[in-house]
Design a protein around this ligand. Structure first.
Ligand code: GTP
Ligand code: MG
Length: 153
């Protein structure tokens, strides 16, 4: 099984789509192993998108991610979650995104496309390590709650 880093961007939070977006992953059967809401520092945002540093939109992208409206950073686990996560999210440009995808259903602009998902195993590993400390990742079984602790006296 594998893990992917998924982040609801500031436009997803400001448009109050957090619950709907999380439901897409839950309903597909993926397991949420980490989640937090934060406004990333410029250093974190720059490192997260470091592969795009030469692109003309890089400065605007970092500014958007660090605007002050928080992002929701998550780690999802399950079979093929990296590839499937990209399909659930949809193409980068909402014009090319399948209408059943998150971007295809809720966005119209490449610069405000609501959500990020890791694009490969190596980037997922890098991004999970960048956004989360190891102790922030949970291990548990889905579909059951842990047994109650019995009193001994
Ligand atoms: P992420 O999941 O956010 O990494 O998107 P992606 O993997 O689908 O696309 P990519 O990594 O190539 O680009 C990262 C982000 O930069 C995109 O999600 C867009 O928000 C933004 N971006 C990419 N291409 C363009 C562009 O041509 N113009 C603008 N304004 N933004 C772009
Ligand atoms: Mg990307």
């Amino acid at each position: 099984t594998e893990r992917s880093f998924v982040m609801i961007k500031p436009d997803g939070v400001s448009r109050q789509l957090v619950g709907k977006i999380i439901s897409r992953f839950e309903e597909r059967g993926y397991k949420l192993v980490a989640i937090k809401s934060l406004t990333p520092s410029p250093a974190l945002a720059k490192e997260h998108y470091s592969d795009l540093s030469a692109r003309p939109f890089y400065g605007g992208l970092v500014k958007y991610i660090t605007s002050g409206t928080p992002v929701v950073a998550m780690v999802w686990e399950g079979k093929d979650v990296i590839k499937q996560g990209r399909r659930i999210v949809g193409a980068t440009n909402p014009l090319d995104a399948h209408p059943g995808s998150i971007r295809g259903q809720y966005s119209v602009s490449v610069g405000r496309n609501l959500i990020h998902a890791s694009d490969a195993f190596d980037s997922a590993t890098k991004e999970i390590g960048l956004w989360f400390a190891p102790e922030e990742l949970s291990e548990y079984e889905v579909g059951q709650i842990s047994k109650p602790v019995m009193r001994t006296e």
